[in-house]
Ligand binder design. Structure first.
Ligand code: NAD
Length: 296
């Protein structure tokens, strides 16, 4: 049986770890937060008291951490994963981090005799719990083949995006588009309403016309047309403004490095940054509707 270590049992990681344990893997779980480890144990994992304890006898290490600095520290810091894992262990980082940080991690892992794949996800806490995430994976074909059976236990879709870092490229480019399209969708609904067209009628027309997009049909920011959308529960997340802002910042930093023009990405970042600054970091990102309506 494939043995796994799971490190980072937060909002996303707890559900992912539970699905791996349920999926027939032997999982050792570690987090700085002991409560999170207890919860993982109740979901079928084995408690690890340290990174060393978690990784020294496994085939694959899965991480779901807040940001790039945590990823580098957990893998390559003193007493990190690389110091205790068996040679050849597969490192599978599912966190959203900068493209450059992921490529650097892949290089360091390779030099130390490990395989590293970046495998960020699309889908929030509900998809993590339900095992319906989409994974975008960067790294060599051989690593991808090893990663796939593990990722499939947590996924609806698994894509190989190409070389190291390309998973993160797919993630940030997608989320930049999402941030922009959400604001555009809010503007269109607000304009329609101001000019006398109710949200449901506009939705019925536009969702079958050329303005159609995911932000409208699956996550409509105007209350009513899509019952499961956060707009129907006063924009409780879902996917919070702070998370969207993090991804936009990563996208813009990488865009600058690559010399890619992102005028709307910049504007979207300013809009979410202002919401964040004004105390709305915890609002769902479709709550930008409230700002456009002048309610906040
Ligand atoms: P979180 O803050 O809830 O969880 C992170 C966990 O990592 C925490 O439990 C924390 O204690 C643990 N941790 C931090 N440093 C550690 C260390 N040195 N050793 C061991 N454990 C450590 O974050 P989250 O919402 O689960 O997000 C995780 C990642 O997934 C982020 O990169 C985020 O951008 C990405 N993501 C989140 C969502 C979402 O909807 N929450 C969606 C897609 C992607």
């Amino acid at each position: 049986m494939t043995k796994l270590a799971f490190i980072g049992l937060g909002n996303m990681g707890s559900g992912m770890c539970a699905n791996l344990a349920k999926g027939g893997f032997e999982v050792t779980a570690f987090d700085l937060n002991e409560e999170a480890v207890k919860q993982a144990v109740s979901a079928g994992a084995t408690k690890a008291g340290s990174i060393k304890d978690a990784v020294s006898d496994v085939d694959v290490v899965v991480t779901m951490l807040p940001a790039g600095k945590h990823v580098h520290q957990v893998y390559f810091g003193d007493d990190g994963v690389a110091a205790s894992a068996k040679p050849g262990t597969l490192f599978l980082d599912c966190s959203t981090i900068a493209v450059e940080e992921a490529r650097e991690a892949a290089k360091k892992a390779d030099e130390a005799g490990f395989a590293y794949m970046d495998a960020p996800v699309s889908g929030g806490v509900a998809a993590a719990e339900g095992g319906t995430l989409t994974f975008m994976v960067g790294g060599p074909e051989e690593g991808y083949e090893r990663a796939k059976p593990v990722l499939e236990k947590m996924a609806k879709n698994v894509f190989h995006a190409g070389a190291a870092g390309n998973g993160q490229v797919a993630k940030i480019a997608n989320n930049m588009l999402l941030g922009i399209s959400m604001i555009g969708t809010c503007e269109a609904f607000n304009l329609a309403e101001k000019l006398g067209l109710d949200a449901q009628t506009f939705f019925d027309i536009s969702s079958t016309a050329s303005g159609q997009c995911w932000s409208m049909t699956s996550y409509c920011p105007a209350p009513g047309p899509v019952p499961a959308a956060p707009s129907n529960r006063d924009y409780k997340p879902g996917f919070a403004v702070a998370m969207m802002l993090k991804d936009l910042k990563l996208a813009l930093a990488s865009a600058e490095g690559a010399g890619a023009e992102t005028p709307l990405g910049h504007h979207a970042e300013e809009i979410y940054a202002k919401l964040d600054e004004d105390g709305h970091a915890g609002l769902d990102f479709s709550g930008v509707m409230k700002r456009i309506r002048g309610e906040i």
